[in-house]
Design a protein around this ligand. Sequence first.
Ligand code: NAD
Length: 403
Amino acid sequence: MTPHYPLFINGEFVETQNKQDIINPSNGGIIAKVSIAQTEEIEHAIKSARDSFDNGPWKSLPFSERKKYILKISAGILEKAQELAELESLNSGKPIKESTFMDIPSAASSFDYFANNFEEFLKEETIKIESQIANAEAKLLREPWGVSVLIVPWNYPLLIASWKMAQALAAGNIVILKPSSLTPLSVLELSKIIKNAGLPKGVVNIINGSGDIVGESLCSDRRVDMISFTGSNAVGKKILEYTSKNVKKVTMELGGKSAAIVLDDADLELAVNGLLCAIFLNQGQMCTAMSRIFVHEKIYDNFVNDFTKKAKRVKIGDPLNFETQIGPLISEGQRKKVMEYIKQGKKEGAELLCGGNIPEHEELKKGFFFEPAVFSRVSSDMKIYKEEIFGPVACVVKFSSIE
Ligand code: NAD
């Protein structure tokens, strides 16, 4: 039977009439149905969070008490590590090796880290100041900010949620978390761990739903004190518009176009292997993906040759198989977007050395798989050089001097 996931509001699991199908990117099948928050549930979550901050115990607990709850969350994640890793790979398509050794342990250690290292940071400080007034001094107090809305993308669903949540909770804030509607499953599993950890009611609320509806309602509401957003530049701009109405505190981690520079005295093998990983990890769907690789002209041909040879050998397949190095992209829409960049790169004169196609193996046909691509002869006026592709596409650029 298809699993159902409710929302998590005020310490309770909340079922809604409206459900959304969650798709397995490896084969397009439905893997779960999740409740969708609409006006009523959004209001419920904001009210619970507000009440929990204004009248609940969380912000006034001694740090040593908050720490115990946060460590229970970390332990809860580790207890279910294998199950969570499988779920993350099933829902997001990332190879199981990555979710097993990176995403899930790092999510647990985020809670661990803030539980064990934050107390010192929260301590009151007295600062001596030069003043005409005798005995004047300044005090630095660090207080919880209030109701924090955390909005996360689909590329590291549990990990980014954990980074944000662990520090918000350690500082005494209240959380409303909105996962990406493509990948809510691991975060909804986290709600069970939080329930078991026994946090006071309303301290963590998790609501799933469309970015435009749930996101806008949360970001525009006066009762929300802060937004922490990770996602695209386009949505970041919208959030700035919503929050400008009541001047909220906002933090943003947006898109990227990272670069690596390979100098002429580099260890070629090390550079090739490191950069294969830096661009093809998580199918290149990373804001830190090294999508621009600058290589010195003296070693350019050798680099391109070795890099392409190895890129052709990267194993594409079922993300639940430990041998797999590249799983499917997150959705058909994402694959179309990446393929558009391939077309554009060729049109603008870059040379496609390998990949850039939908693989032909029968068992991959139903999923959103895509062969990792390597472009050479890329120049700085090309779209593939300038824009975030968010897929497994490496652009190798020749340079003659570091200046
Ligand atoms: P996205 O911006 O489409 O969505 C991110 C989140 O915002 C999702 O939860 C989505 O539901 C929500 N959202 C969508 N519309 C909204 C709206 N109108 N109001 C409020 N929330 C809304 O991004 P994505 O496609 O999930 O992720 C890919 C992008 O995220 C890439 O651009 C990538 O670079 C960026 N990213 C950045 C970092 C970083 O650390 N800088 C990390 C991961 C991803």
